[in-house]
Design a protein around this ligand. Sequence first.
Ligand SMILES: [Zn+2]
Ligand SMILES: [Zn+2]
Length: 98
Amino acid sequence: MSSVPPYSGDEPTCIKCGNAGARTEYLAYGETVPGLTGNVTISFAPNERLQRECQRCGFQWDEAIVEPVHQGGNAEDCQACKGTNPDYPFICPGPETP
Ligand SMILES: [Zn+2]
Ligand SMILES: [Zn+2]
């Protein structure tokens, strides 16, 4: 797996100019722009990620997508259950209620 940092929220601090705030764009395939590691990877394999761009200086970096979390209740309403085809009656396994 790649070493993309986790999503840093709505107002990450740009490592280049110190500005708080970056736009986010979802990218599913292709090229990885120069990031925190300074590496450039060009691939046409699925490479899901969030591309962040500093609102002040335009510096770009990649962050990992946010993994869906089980909501509990009806599995059909849960993004984390989507595609797992849970057995009838489609009850999401989590979260446990205290
Ligand atoms: Zn910046
Ligand atoms: Zn679930």
